[in-house]
Ligand binder design. Structure first.
Ligand code: SF4
Ligand code: SF4
Length: 118
């Protein structure tokens, strides 16, 4: 579930607003997206994957984290490498290797066609 938008990092590009399939975000007055409908989040990570500046943190849980502000402490999340970590893992972003090139799948036939089944 989406938990944090970093106002420090956000460049107000609206990508997260546009890609969210359940319309969780609302553009704030300063351009920084607000979590207007967090309860509608489907934990699909599309917003985090598309944020060009790693300004978002989507928790892998399907329910909100506890109210305790410590769990959304930005410095703590940055320190643990969690802001934009999904995007980093799938290899999206300048200078990264796309996850599709690292994915493990069935060996392809010599002509790149049907998989070789042994
Ligand atoms: S994780 Fe998916 S559903 Fe949740 S806010 Fe991001 S894009 Fe929207
Ligand atoms: S995608 Fe990232 S930089 Fe763009 S508006 Fe959303 S949080 Fe801000």
């Amino acid at each position: 579930m989406i938990e944090l938008v970093s106002a420090q990092r956000c460049i107000a590009c609206d990508k997260c607003v546009d890609v969210c399939p359940t319309d969780v975000f609302e553009r704030g007055p300063d351009g920084i997206p607000l979590l207007a409908r967090q309860e509608d989040c489907q934990t699909c990570f599309l917003c985090e994957a598309n944020c060009p500046v790693d300004a978002l943190f989507v928790s892998p849980l399907t329910r909100p984290l506890p109210e305790d502000p410590a769990v959304r402490d930005e410095a703590g999340l940055v320190g643990r490498g969690l802001l934009g970590s999904y995007r980093r893992e799938i290899g999206w972003g300048h200078g990264r290797t796309p996850g599709s090139l690292r994915a493990i799948g069935p060996a392809l036939g010599a002509d790149g066609g049907k998989p070789i089944i042994s």
